[in-house]
Ligand binder design. Structure first.
Ligand SMILES: [Zn+2]
Ligand SMILES: [Zn+2]
Length: 163
């Protein structure tokens, strides 16, 4: 979705609202099915433009600990300064426009990918699955001895001992 900001730059209009919806596909492997809804506005602040808005990713995610599917919504605030030309050291601060056009789809996608959590949990204290028998420890307890060190870690521990 391309937003035409030329009237805003020319000063004919003061503010330009936008709404953008897309699928959540490809944003994170832990999203099973979801969509993105973004909305906001761009305003002319005498000399440069400011974009303010929010993108919401909602849908069904997979818990990193217990693998259960759960519904969740993530809010990503968006705030950018937009400029047609960059002056010196401003590069990090400004989002560059091309011919007065802003690619909203790309901007939203970048924002989501940058701020996306590394993993998702169905709840902050999810106990996960027993590494031995696989029961969901949120629902039931098992009698496995989980104190035993994972062989991969044991090998690593040996490695450090030799050092
Ligand atoms: Zn979980
Ligand atoms: Zn177990």
């Amino acid at each position: 979705m391309i937003l035409d900001l030329r009237e805003l730059i020319a000063g004919t209009v003061k503010t330009l609202p936008f709404v953008y919806d897309c699928s959540g596909e490809g944003l994170t492997d832990d999203l099973i099915d979801g969509s993105v809804h973004a909305e906001g506005r761009v305003e002319n602040h005498a000399g440069y433009l400011v974009l303010n808005g929010e993108a919401v990713l909602s849908g069904v995610f997979r818990c990193a600990r217990c693998c259960k599917e759960f519904e969740h919504a993530l809010h990503f605030p968006m705030e950018y300064k937009l400029a047609e030309k960059l002056a010196g050291d401003d590069e990090e601060e400004f989002l560059l426009l091309k011919d007065g056009m802003l690619d909203v789809a790309e901007t939203v996608r970048e924002q989501l990918l940058t701020e996306m959590p590394i993993r998702f949990l169905c709840r902050s204290n999810c106990k996960g699955l027993c590494p031995k028998c696989g029961v969901d420890l949120n629902v039931e307890r098992c009698s496995c001895d989980t104190k035993e060190i994972d062989p991969r870690w044991a090998a690593l521990a040996g490695y450090f001992d030799e050092e």
